[in-house]
Every structure is written in structure tokens, then in C-alpha cells.
Design a binder for this molecule. Structure first.
Ligand SMILES: [Zn+2]
Ligand SMILES: [Zn+2]
Length: 725
């Protein structure tokens, strides 16, 4: 090893040139690893897959439900795109397009066009693809102006020569793996430079002597890394005196060419054509014009790249309107809408990451970001008759719970929610109905413009709001009781600030009718401020109450999970025998007969409203095993239907709710006893329980200020005793 190589190794830097070889060596490597002949889409696909998928078990608890939902829907969460929060469904569509391109399908001759509003993540997606390719190895013909793949040179051989070569390499039988013929189907035609190299024997004084057949022995091949600083990863922005699109395409060959402002076209001068026209041949024929030696029968260069265009809907429409033949472009584009984030936990992560990047920042109540995210995501989702907007947000977040049917009169045309009324019938959505709803949410759309999540409060709006709220809090007074603590944005403070922001937004100039309708609906149904403690608040504060109630109950019952699991096991066991009409049964693993505990079953059932499908108590109890068995056979689109997931107390939403109701009622008594008195007046045991609860709140991210505020709020409403809806 040379000194320099040792140094590079020490610094863990990888050289741009990884290896040099001759054509024979290339062929022997091709036999072992046919993927070295890959097209750019195939290379990208492989690079993404090599980085693997997010390990759900290692993710924070509040993100797991969402990732499990994706898993149940057969949507992988690729690590390469994990930092583009909430992009998993969009990435799944892009990966499918890449897979058909890699397979030589029609997508190979199309550019990927990402369309979406400000801050939807399209540039993050393009950047993630570019970052994934950084450092990937490709084989290139030495000196080729477009770094073409040596496989292209085989196109110069005759059919007989190719057949002989395929037999020699053992790459002639599709049963035994990839054949040479298959690889050549997606290869390009060699450029003039490479052609000359293998075809011209000598050129003396203008007398050119050609080889009888291509002399591949003279070809040198280099194994090189793609990098944005050399070739294979390029970005084109049309500027005066900047790189031409043709040059950028040429430099990006073997990898990716990103056009972040594809539709920002300048007007062509007299007799000039638009640079963007180069995209037509670049996609349709996968070539770019060879401008290196004009006049010398220049010809074309074989392009092998994924072209990514980015635009918003308005610019794309305007671009097409300006074209004589718009179809010329639409035919060559694989259009993907990039919706805003529709998963609450992912939106929340973006806010958290944004605030973490601020130099001075206040403390935030741990519910504050979740609530802002609930409003933002809720504003983007389309209305479903009978489904509360909050329930939809929670479903999309991968939460399993009993979803009640609502009697709403929906009048939303912006895709939001109309007037919201208290449910009169507590009927439930069945798992089947919910599954179908989720399937529909993920179905292909005919018109990409109608994809869910393309409209609503956008991310730049939300981040600007969060940023100014942080500023405001830092400028505000310190809490008198905690002068040493950072200022804190409480949950109610967040709700009030969101309301004020929307009120101000309502008065902004230049709002569209759609915007106006959105902000009105949000203010009237989501943000309604309750007049007093008995008044019903808007959806967002209601959701806060639900979250806070559960946090309090969890904090005062640290063994909640274990108790719930014990109850589930006991219920399952006793319900099975009850359903079979027995009053006694043998305890598994023992010789002991015990009574079916109907008192216990009744207690759990008390909070449960029987389903229409199970008209009797006996029928419901007898169906528990069958419900669980069904799950182990069928795989649906909800996390609870994922057969790979372990069965636990949360698996059956209806039973989970009954167990929660039972436990919550029990814990509420304890909470009532402890919180009703001043701390100093509590007995030792209750003091300990209170301290443990405070420790648990702190663990969840509360500071003294927001803990105190949250507790005051909960006490005022006796939140722990309130029925959940
Ligand atoms: Zn070439
Ligand atoms: Zn705080």
C-alpha cells in the first residue's frame, strides 16, 4: 500500500478512482455481478435498498404506531428517506416507478416530476436521492465524455459474436439468471469517442484504417465513485452564463440530474430553442447531443440518468400553457404529487427538529407540538362522513382505538370539515370499514391534483408560526414562581397562539376562496374557546384534554401496562369458556378447576358498547379467540391487523377500550384523592405516589411550569373523571 493510500485509509476517505481494469476483466466481473451493467434507476433503487429500512423497535414509542401502520400497508420506511419526515407513502410511489424503470419498463424513458406546494418536501426528496448516490461505484469507459458503461460497447458486436460471448460467460439462459441480452436491452449506443477507440486501427495522414471487428482489447475501464463534485450527481438551474442543460445532463449521466426549477423557463431569443427541449431526447431516446466536436458528424451521447424535475402545480400548468405541444412534455413525465405530511407524529418531529436548531429557545409543553401538528395535519385531510376529523388524524397516525360514528353535517368542499355536532349515536366503525378507508387513502389517483394532503396549512406557515412563538416566549416575562427556569410555552398557550395566528391569517390580503373557507372552518370547529369549564371546547382543546387525561392516569399508575396485559389475558381465558357455555374450566398447566369469573367479565364489559354484529354478551365473549385467529390469518391495512405483530391487550381495539375504561375509572379514584388535597396534607403513601407522578411527567418532557399549569387545568375540569369521547 502506498503512503498516500494508507493516509486515505486512515482518514477513511475513499478515492474517486477505485480500480482500473481491461475489458476481459470487466466481462468476468459482469458474469459475477450483472448489476454492474445497471441503469441509473436500478443503481438508485439498489443504493436505497442497501441502506435498509427503519428498525421499528428502535424508534421512539410514539412513532412506532405510525411505522406499524405503514408496515401493515406494505409500505417500507426506507432509511435513505427517513429524515424527509412523513414522506414514506410518496417514496413508496417513487420506488415503484424506479423499479419499473430498472426493469426496462416505459418509466425508463420518462423523467420523474415532483409537484407540490411550498415546503412539501420535494427538494428534500430529490436531495435524499442525490445523497444516497454519493460514493456509489460505477464502471466507466476510460476517457468517454459521458462516462458510459462499458456494456454499451458490446452493442458493436455482431449477433453471432454476442451469442458466442453469452455462452462463454454462461449468460445465455434466462432460467439461470440475468442474460447478456437482457442487459443489452437497457444499454445505450456507444458514443463517437468510444466507437473510434475500438473501431479505428490507425489514422495516418488522414488515412483511416478500421478494425474488422471491434477491438475491445484496447479499451481501458475505470471503476469510479459518483460524486456531485465530479460526475453522476448534478443540479441544473437556468442562469445567465451558467451550465447548459445539455452539459448538466452529460455530467449527471450514470446517476441523477435534478432540475429544482424545471418550469422557470426563460423566453427563447430569436431563432433559439429552449434549453428545456433537450429533455425530450434525454427521456425518449436517452441521449444528449454531442457538442464536443460539432461539424464532425457529431451524433449523440448515450444518457443513463434519472432526471428529476420539481415544480409547483401553478408553474407546471403555466409551463404547459406556454408550449405549442404540451403533450410532448406530459408524455415524458412520470408525475408524482408530493403531499404535505399527513401523519401527526412526523409533522411533530419536524417542529421539534426545527426548534432544536434555534440558538435560544423556550421550553415547550410536551403536548404543544403534537397539538400544533394535529391542527396542521387535520387541515390537510379530506372529510369522511361520520368520522371525526381528530379520529382521522389519529388513524393516519397509526393509533388503534375504538372509532365512534359521528352524526356530522359535512359541507366542506376544500377537503376539510363542515359544522361539527356532538354525536347522538355511539355506533362504532368496524375494523373492516376502517381498513377500507385506509386502503382508499393509499389508492392510486387518476388525477394527481386530487391526492389527499395537497392543500391545507403548509409547513413554511407552521414553521414560521413555531419560530415566532418561540421568539415571543423568550421575550416574555419569567414565571414568578420559577425565576430560574426558561420561559415555557404551555399546551393551552400553544392553542391560544394558534388561534391568534389563524385570526391574523384570516385578515391577510390575497387569500383564495379555498384559503378563506379553510381558516373559517378551523376557527369555528377546531379552535373554539370554551366560555367556562362546562362549555364544550373546539376539537383541538378536546384532543388536548384526552391526551392530558391519559398522561395523568399513566403517571399515577406506573404499572398500567402490566395491569392492562393481565386483564387482557384473564378476559381472553374466561371469555373463551363463557362463550362455550361453561361455568368452570381447568386452569392451563394445572390440575385445578376454577369458576368462570362472570363478575370480572361484567366489569370489563360495562364500559363496552356491544357491536351490532355481536347481539349478545355470550356471542361477543365467545368471539374473542376467533377475532385474534382472524388476525393471524389475514393481513389488512391497519396496525392491529398485522399478523407479525405480537398479540397484546391493544390488539383488539374494542377490548382495549374496555380495559382502558375499567383501569381509568379505578385510577381516577386514586388521582381524585391525591390531587384534591394540598401536598403537605397527604399521607406518606400518597406523597410518594405524587412524587412518582411528577417524576413520570418530567420524564415525558414537562418542566415545573408546564407541569403546574397542566395540573391546574386538569383539576379545574376534574379531567380524570371525565368520560372519553
Ligand atoms: Zn463513450
Ligand atoms: Zn415547560
Amino acid at each position: 500500500m502506498s503512503d498516500m493510500n494508507r493516509l486515505l485509509k486512515h482518514m477513511q476517505l475513499k478515492p474517486i478512482v477505485a480500480d482500473s481494469l481491461d475489458f476481459a476483466e470487466f466481462l468476468s466481473r459482469l458474469k459475477e455481478q450483472p448489476e454492474i451493467a445497471d441503469t441509473a434507476p436500478a443503481l438508485i433503487l439498489r443504493a436505497v435498498r442497501n441502506r435498509g429500512v427503519v428498525d421499528i423497535e428502535k424508534e421512539p414509542a410514539d412513532r412506532r404506531g405510525y411505522l406499524e401502520l405503514l408496515q401493515a400497508m406494505r409500505i417500507p420506511a426506507w432509511k435513505a428517506f427517513d429524515h424527509v419526515r412523513g414522506s414514506q407513502r410518496t417514496v413508496h410511489r417513487i420506488m415503484s416507478a424506479l423499479a419499473s424503470a430498472a426493469n426496462g419498463g416505459y418509466e425508463l424513458r420518462k423523467a420523474l416530476l415532483l409537484i407540490g406546494g411550498p415546503g412539501c418536501g420535494k427538494s428534500y426528496l430529490a436531495n435524499a436521492i442525490k445523497a444516497t448516490l454519493e460514493g456509489e461505484l460505477v464502471y466507466v469507459v476510460d476517457g468517454c465524455p459521458i462516462h458510459e458503461n462499458p456494456i454499451n460497447l458490446l452493442k458493436l458486436l455482431s449477433a453471432e459474436q454476442l451469442e458466442a460471448l453469452a455462452i462463454e460467460l454462461g449468460m445465455n439462459d434466462p432460467e439461470k439468471g440475468v442474460t447478456l441480452n437482457q442487459l443489452l436491452k437497457v444499454a445505450g449506443e456507444p458514443c463517437k469517442h468510444c466507437w473510434k477507440k475500438v473501431m479505428i486501427e490507425s489514422n495516418e495522414g488522414g488515412v483511416v484504417k478500421y478494425h474488422e471487428s471491434p477491438n475491445l482489447g484496447s479499451v481501458k475501464i475505470t471503476e469510479m465513485r459518483l460524486t456531485s463534485r465530479n460526475f453522476g450527481i448534478t443540479t441544473w438551474v437556468q442562469t445567465e452564463g451558467g451550465c447548459s442543460l445539455v452539459e448538466t445532463l452529460k455530467q449527471g449521466s450514470r446517476g441523477v440530474v435534478d432540475l429544482p426549477e424545471m418550469c422557470a423557463v426563460q423566453k427563447p431569443g430569436d431563432g433559439e430553442t429552449l434549453q428545456i427541449d433537450a429533455l425530450i431526447n434525454a427521456t425518449e431516446d436517452r441521449t444528449v447531443p454531442d457538442l464536443t466536436s460539432c461539424g464532425d458528424n457529431a451524433g449523440t451521447l448515450p444518457l443513463n440518468a434519472l432526471i428529476i424535475g420539481q415544480s409547483n402545480q401553478g408553474s407546471w400548468d403555466a409551463f404547459l400553457n406556454g408550449q405549442k405541444d404540451p403533450k410532448k412534455f406530459t408524455r415524458r413525465m412520470n408525475i408524482h404529487s408530493v403531499p404535505y405530511i399527513t401523519a401527526r407524529v412526523e409533522e411533530e418531529l419536524v417542529y421539534r427538529e426545527f426548534v432544536a436548531g434555534l440558538i435560544k429557545k423556550p421550553h415547550f409543553d410536551p403536548n404543544a407540538f403534537g397539538l400544533a401538528a394535529t391542527l396542521a395535519v387535520g387541515s390537510r385531510l379530506t372529510a369522511v362522513t361520520g368520522l371525526s376529523p381528530i379520529a382521522k388524524v389519529r388513524l393516519y397516525n397509526g393509533e388503534t382505538f375504538v372509532v365512534r360514528k359521528e352524526s356530522t353535517s359535512s359541507s366542506g368542499s376544500y377537503g376539510g370539515y363542515g359544522t361539527y355536532s356532538t354525536p347522538s349515536t355511539p355506533a362504532q366503525w368496524t375494523e373492516k370499514e376502517l381498513s377500507e378507508l385506509m386502503k382508499a387513502s393509499n389508492a392510486e389517483v387518476k388525477d394527481e391534483k386530487t391526492r389527499e394532503g395537497m392543500f391545507g396549512l403548509d409547513l413554511p406557515f407552521m414553521l414560521a408560526f413555531v419560530g415566532s412563538l418561540a421568539d415571543q416566549a423568550m421575550r416574555g416575562p419569567k414565571h414568578p414562581a420559577f425565576p430560574g427556569a426558561d420561559p415555557c410555552v404551555t399546551a393551552i398557550g400553544m392553542i391560544d397562539a394558534l388561534r391568534a395566528r389563524l385570526e391574523a391569517f384570516k385578515d391577510t390580503n390575497g387569500l383564495t376562496d379555498q384559503d378563506k373557507k379553510l381558516v373559517e372552518t378551523l376557527l369555528s370547529t377546531w379552535m373554539k374557546k370554551p366560555k367556562d369549564t362546562s362549555d364544550t371546547p373546539g376539537l383541538l382543546e378536546k384532543e388536548y384534554r384526552r391526551l392530558l387525561k391519559q398522561q395523568i392516569l399513566d403517571a399515577f399508575s406506573p404499572d398500567y401496562e402490566r395491569r392492562a396485559q393481565d386483564m387482557f389475558k384473564k378476559y381472553q381465558l374466561h371469555a373463551r369458556h363463557y362463550g362455550n357455555g361453561l361455568t368452570k374450566f381447568r386452569l392451563p398447566g394445572t390440575a385445578k378447576d376454577i369458576d368462570v369469573d362472570t363478575g370480572f367479565l361484567d366489569l370489563v364489559d360495562k364500559g363496552r358498547s356491544l357491536r351490532e354484529q355481536s347481539p349478545t354478551v355470550r356471542e361477543y365473549r365467545g368471539s374473542i379467540d376467533a377475532q385474534i385467529n382472524n388476525l393471524t390469518f389475514s393481513q389488512g391495512t391497519l396496525p392491529s391487523e398485522d399478523a407479525d405483530k405480537e398479540i397484546d391487550w391493544t390488539t383488539l381495539p374494542e377490548l382495549k377500550q374496555a380495559i382502558e375504561d375499567y383501569l381509568n375509572a379505578d385510577i381516577a379514584k386514586k388521582v381524585e384523592r391525591i390531587l384534591a388535597k394540598k401536598y403537605d396534607l397527604l399521607d406518606e403513601e400518597d406523597k410518594e405516589a405524587f412524587d412518582a407522578a411528577f417524576a413520570s411527567f418530567k420524564e415525558h418532557g414537562y418542566c415545573e411550569i408546564c407541569f403546574e399549569r397542566a395540573l391546574e387545568y386538569a383539576k379545574e375540569l376534574k379531567l380524570w373523571a371525565k368520560a372519553q369521547d
